[in-house]
Design a protein around this ligand. Structure first.
Ligand code: HSE
Length: 298
């Protein structure tokens, strides 16, 4: 028995929701083949596209899978093959794609004994291995689809948020690697009251805009005065990419997860394409290599 799954890339934080908000991309992701085996444990037999460890306890998919097995009464094991298309350290949830793909597929093969919330908890163990912190803002949207809010970590409370029908994401990845663990170390551990007020105002506004299909409100809310000013220093021409994306008609733009990818959200595919053109031109003019994707938020 085997199953092939698509493991979506995700944009965490989405400007105003550091560690609590994320969205899943429809057409960017990895593929994974998972099969049941009589041999116990998790066996990663093949990884195409990236040089990553095959040992289950050193691989995020393996660690997430082992967390699921520990809670299961199934006495066999699983074999996993990964077609890794998302580059690690790109800021679009590479580790989350692998850890969620593994537990999603295993749950399907076992007849769905676990809830989505439990799958998120298993996958968070993979995030802990990848970034030292078991953050859920990439794995939750990868499991639930669309936008998700991590309302609380203890206890874990995930709230799926509806996605307006015409919302598209453009994501550009300058070809440098930033480890999430490194880009967390540079953050301050406290914020001022004024920063808090701005941030929760925007987060509430963004959530309301998503519920009401109010694209203008979504755009007005896509700001981050806490993390972006610190992390953007690590990203080539961040301010220019963002300014040009806004000029091309994006609703808002910011750092995808812990970077270096930069995302923009747009109403409609046409504008998302124009935004992509402006981002491309910005990097081409200064000679920065990049990958770029347009995807529906789904
Ligand atoms: N919320 C996490 C961070 C996401 O920004 O560090 C990492 O993908």
């Amino acid at each position: 028995e085997e199953i092939k799954v698509f493991c979506p890339a995700t944009i965490a934080n989405v400007s105003c929701g550091f560690d609590v908000l994320g969205l899943a991309l429809d057409s960017v992701g990895d593929e994974m083949m998972v099969r049941k085996t009589a041999k116990k444990g998790i066996h990663i037999t093949k990884i195409v596209g990236q040089n990553l460890p095959l040992e289950a306890d050193k691989n995020v998919a393996g660690v997430a899978g082992l967390a699921l097995l520990a809670k299961s009464d199934y006495d066999g094991g699983f074999e996993i093959e990964i077609d890794k298309r998302i580059k690690p350290g790109s800021g679009i949830g590479s580790s989350a794609a692998s850890s969620t793909g593994a537990v999603w597929a295993m749950n399907e093969l076992l007849g769905r004994p676990f809830s989505k919330l439990e799958l998120v908890q298993f996958a968070m163990q993979g995030e802990k291995l990848a970034s030292d912190v078991a953050h859920a803002d990439n794995v939750a949207p990868a499991i639930y689809g669309g936008f998700t809010l991590v309302r609380s970590y203890e206890p874990l409370d995930i709230v799926p948020i509806p996605t307006p029908p015409e919302l598209f994401a453009t994501v550009i990845h300058p070809q440098i690697e930033i480890k999430t663990s490194d880009s967390r170390k540079i953050l301050k551990t406290t914020i001022s009251m004024q920063q808090g007020i701005q941030q929760w105002g925007n987060l509430g506004g963004l959530i309301a805009g998503l519920f009401q299909n109010d694209y203008d409100l979504i755009g007005r809310s896509l700001h981050d005065h806490i993390v972006e000013p610190i992390r953007s220093i690590l990203i080539p021409a961040f301010d220019d990419i963002k300014a040009n994306a806004m000029e091309a008609g994006a609703l808002g733009s910011g750092i995808s997860g812990s970077g270096p990818s930069i995302f923009a959200l747009s109403k409609g595919e046409e504008i998302a394409k124009q935004v992509a053109e402006s981002m491309k031109n910005t990097y081409q003019n200064i000679g920065v290599d990049f990958d770029i994707h347009i995807s529906k938020v789904n």
